[in-house]
Ligand binder design. Structure first.
Ligand code: C2O
Ligand code: CU
Length: 471
């Protein structure tokens, strides 16, 4: 497998590909419809010198094409399945009709090879979202099946340009191919998930991100990794954080030169960057989970923008007006996460039977919510539409988890029992070992909605459940 040294030498050798913006699929007004073909593809993940990597991709590229619409638009996508496996496509973070949520086995049947499925939904919220496979996602996403879903504000804040930066963490073999022999490896599933050895932005390792002094950019960062938590440092770029998981912050926050922006799998961040780099100067985007850090990409200044927006008055991103939960008499639910390596879980219920840890391992189930591994006949809760819900998520495992609730954004209202004021709206929350996070939301969207860890191996190995909202 490619090790860190290879990774570093690749960037030191200055493969230096410029990152291309993901291809854009639509910009039209009103109803936009198009075809999204999931199928085998190849991509130069190792750069132009290396062998091409065989992937599974949407539209022949990974990340898949940017699906772009405006707030309130009807978006229609016909998914064609040219893969050798059934698939479905989930629209992550966007609050849409349950029948369009793309969860195979819950909201639709998986689309068989050769088949198609018509998705159509109104995009209620502006922001940075994404789409990805939701059938055997631990394999299909590791092979490249994801892409950005960008919903523009009706009056977008003035910027000179935007950059969609899709970050992935691939596990490649020495031959530059997806390491398929380790799919389903229990050591990944019971530990931190499938961690890769090759970081890319928009499919390019250590790209040059070309900018000009004086430009104001909107960066849309998306973590599409199976399980890698990204701890990103932007150093001297010192951008402003303006939105998380698609939802604008009430107050933008400056990311200081030594601050770290954490993006758990599935999380997004919108940044406003006023470029102050002089022509010829560079500034790295670094992943700092390891002590010495890994450069993920380099912002390279290539000139001066005479008419750039940098330094102008800061724009305000309009709120998407999510329903505010009432905390006076909510439905209270608990979700206790257990299992995994070093977790001490002895048994859990799987498919209606109580099984010992050893029997669970034999079935690939090593994590549980409230003592139950995997999906159940009955939901965690049936909730009347419009009800406020307070969900207390307790992590009793030795691992962090990226908890995602489908169809709803939520706010943290307490962390380890301490009240949180004004928690940001999120659809995916990172919860550390021995941490408890209480989140609140209004269950306002009828249908069947998943709650799962977005570390895809954890999800596959038991960390998922669902709730039903009755209309
Ligand atoms: Cu982004 Cu159920 O997933
Ligand atoms: Cu997890």
């Amino acid at each position: 497998m490619i090790n860190r040294r290879t990774f570093l030498s690749a960037s030191a050798a200055g493969i230096g590909l410029a990152v291309a913006a993901p291809r854009r699929l639509l910009a039209e007004d009103g109803a936009a419809s198009f075809d999204l073909i999931a199928g085998p593809a190849t991509a130069p993940l190792l750069g132009s010198e290396g062998p091409a990597s065989a992937l599974w991709a949407y539209g022949g590229i990974s990340p898949g094409p940017v699906i772009r619409g405006r707030q309130g638009d009807l978006i229609k996508v016909r998914l064609h399945n040219n893969l050798p496996q059934p698939t479905s496509t989930h629209w992550h973070g966007i609050r849409i009709d349950n029948a369009m949520d793309g969860v195979s086995g819950l909201t639709q049947d998986a689309v068989p090879p050769g088949g198609f499925f018509d998705y159509a939904f109104v995009a209620p919220d502006a922001g940075t979202y994404w789409y990805h496979s939701h059938n055997k996602s631990w394999e299909q996403m590791a092979r490249g099946l994801y892409g950005p879903l960008i919903i523009e504000e009706r009056n977008p804040p003035p910027v000179d340009r935007e950059m969609v930066l899709v970050i992935d963490d691939w596990r490649l073999g020495e031959d530059g191919q997806i390491h398929t022999a380790s799919f389903g490896q229990m050591r990944d599933w019971s530990h931190g998930g499938r961690l890769g050895n090759w970081l890319t932005i928009n499919g390019v390792s250590t790209p040059d991100l070309k900018v000009k002094r004086g430009e104001r950019l909107r960066l849309r960062l998306i973590n599409c990794a199976n399980s890698r938590i990204l701890n990103l440092k932007l150093g001297q770029l010192a951008p402003l954080l303006i939105a998380l998981d698609g939802q604008p912050l009430a107050q933008p926050e400056e990311i200081g030169t030594s601050a770290v922006l954490t993006l758990a799998p599935a999380q997004r961040a919108d940044l406003l960057l006023d470029v102050t780099l002089e022509p010829g100067e560079e500034a790295p985007l670094t992943e700092v989970s390891r002590k010495d850090g890994i450069v993920v990409g380099n912002f390279v200044s290539e000139g001066i923008s005479a008419s750039g927006q940098a330094g102008r008055e800061l724009p305000v991103l309009p709120s998407n007006r999510l329903p505010e939960p009432h905390l006076s008499d909510p439905l209270k639910l608990d979700l206790v996460m257990e299992g995994g390596a070093m977790g001490g879980m002895r048994s859990a219920v799987f498919e209606g039977k109580s099984l010992s840890m050893r029997d669970l391992v034999a079935r690939g189930q090593v994590w549980a919510f409230n003592g139950v591994a995997g999906m159940t006949e009955n939901p965690l809760a049936r909730i009347q539409a419009g009800r406020s819900v307070v969900l207390n998520i307790v992590n009793e495992t030795a691992w962090p988890h990226a908890m995602h609730i489908h169809g709803h954004h939520f706010r943290a209202v307490a962390r380890n029992g301490q009240p949180v004021d004004d928690g940001a709206w999120r659809d995916t929350e990172l919860i550390g070992p021995d941490e408890a996070v209480t989140v609140a939301f209004v269950a306002d969207n009828p249908g069947k909605w998943l709650i799962h860890c977005h570390m895809l191996e954890h999800q596959a190995a038991g960390m998922k459940t669902w709730f039903q909202v009755a209309g």
